[in-house]
Design a protein around this ligand. Structure first.
Ligand code: FE2
Length: 425
């Protein structure tokens, strides 16, 4: 055995385990007791929480780190964000895309993220962002695996040569076909765009991930079109709907019927709490709607729901550093997930659930499985969330690819200095 991780607290367990690793596989998983088996290297995790790799199912990698360029989003709205980005796209270069993306992918790896799906704006005759992200996709393969989605930020029919640009992006090697039906100029063109996306994906044999109904307009109802196309074409399990914030504002009768049909169609659903919490409800004067998709009702109905980060320091969301745990922390509040069974579920929403949506290994830590392991510097899932703790260790294929040294804080009270850990004594 090459490496033995002792005293690992696996998600859902109350007692520590030893994880034995040989090469790139987990060769045994046993309760921690005694001295443990002999290994070339032994690391005592001292009861820290361990999960499989974090999976980022929704990001705009081409836009990361562009906040303030060429100008700030003063209103803070989604639509001013789209306008600002439309200006920034004109100055993109391949190197600019690579440098920003490369930095963020290092941040993600440090957070334990090993699979990322990024939308790439194809409303650019040169497809510059796609060319840059293809370089990163090759460069990071095997560490952070990147899937690229052809994403028409300004619409397919509302942008000059939109359908041709989508086809060209597929020819140039995207992994997924995307869209934005609620941003098309008319309801009819939105429906048409969904059918175009399904046709293109079917022809190319690619999965689908559509920005759908990202608005507070309760008349925006394109998820039902996705449901219908998925069922009709037998594409269950290969289709994802992202955002779907209008669902918050649907009447209950319609939402209930829609969720039943989402389950029937086998759609994967992705909620983006960081962006949605600041972008939705912007046109309300009070009470201000949360503008969040009904992920809890979908969870209860057995739909696969995941958390996405969406933006990292871009025209839509000026904060973030790529950590899915921070997005989960926000969802505790914004989505009211503070219940005893709700908080541990958030870890499924950033690991195994998005893995299913992306079609990558979703079975987590197990004997015989890949030694892709994330160690949180926390004794429980609740504590990891409470403090949004760093990742103590990250392993990919049995090798340590990221580590964080625990920080030290002291306080001096009445002349006496002592350490503070923020842990309950
Ligand atoms: Fe998005």
């Amino acid at each position: 055995m090459d490496l033995l991780l002792r005293n690992a607290l696996l998600l859902g367990s109350n007692t520590p385990s030893d994880i034995a690793i040989t090469g790139d596989r987990i060769t045994s998983l046993t309760p921690t007791k005694g001295k443990g088996a002999a290994a070339t290297k032994v690391i005592d995790l001292e009861g820290r929480l361990v999960t499989g790799p974090l999976v980022e199912p929704h990001l705009h990698m081409d836009a990361v780190l562009t906040v303030g360029q060429p100008r700030n989003n003063v209103s803070g709205t989604l639509f001013e964000g789209i306008a600002v980005w439309g200006e920034r796209v004109k100055t993109l270069t391949v190197d600019d895309v690579i440098e920003r993306g490369r930095e963020v992918m290092a941040w993600q790896l440090a957070c334990g993220v090993q699979h990322v799906r990024s939308h790439v704006d194809v409303c650019d005759p040169e497809l510059t962002a796609l060319e840059g992200l293809k370089v990163l996709r090759d460069e990071m393969r095997g560490l952070v695996d990147l899937q690229l989605v052809a994403f028409p930020q300004q619409g397919i029919y509302g942008f000059k040569n939109g359908p041709e640009l989508m086809r060209t992006a597929v020819e140039r090697g995207v992994d997924v076909v995307g869209g934005i039906p609620h941003f098309e100029l008319t309801r009819d063109e939105g429906v048409e765009s969904v059918k175009f996306i399904f046709d293109l994906a079917e022809e190319a044999g690619l999965p689908i991930d559509i920005h759908c109904d990202e608005t507070d307009d309760d008349h925006s109802r394109f998820v039902e079109v996705m449901v219908s196309e998925t069922i009709r074409r037998g594409m269950s399990g290969r289709v994802t709907a992202s955002h779907t914030t209008a669902m918050h504002s649907y009447n209950n009768a319609y939402a209930n019927r829609l969720i039943t049909n989402i389950k029937r169609a086998g759609l994967h659903m992705i909620t983006n709490p960081l962006d949605s919490s600041v972008l939705q409800g912007r046109f309300d004067s009070g009470p201000i709607r949360r503008g969040h998709t009904r992920f809890k009702e979908m969870w209860a109905a057995g739909v696969n729901v995941s958390i996405g980060h969406d933006s990292i320091m871009d025209p839509w969301y000026p904060l973030g550093y790529g950590d899915p745990l921070q997005a989960a922390f926000v969802l505790v509040h914004y989505g009211q997930m503070s219940g005893a069974k709700e908080m541990p579920y958030l870890f499924e929403m950033i690991t195994t659930n998005p893995a299913k949506a992306l079609g990558v290994d979703s079975r987590g830590i197990r004997k015989g499985g890949p030694a892709d392991i994330v160690v949180f510097d926390a004794p429980t899932p609740e504590d990891a969330l409470r403090r949004v703790t760093p990742r103590f260790l990250v392993l990919r294929d049995g090798k340590i690819v990221a580590r964080t040294k625990p920080s030290e804080t002291t306080v001096t009270i009445n002349g006496k200095t002592r350490p503070v850990t923020f842990l309950r004594p």
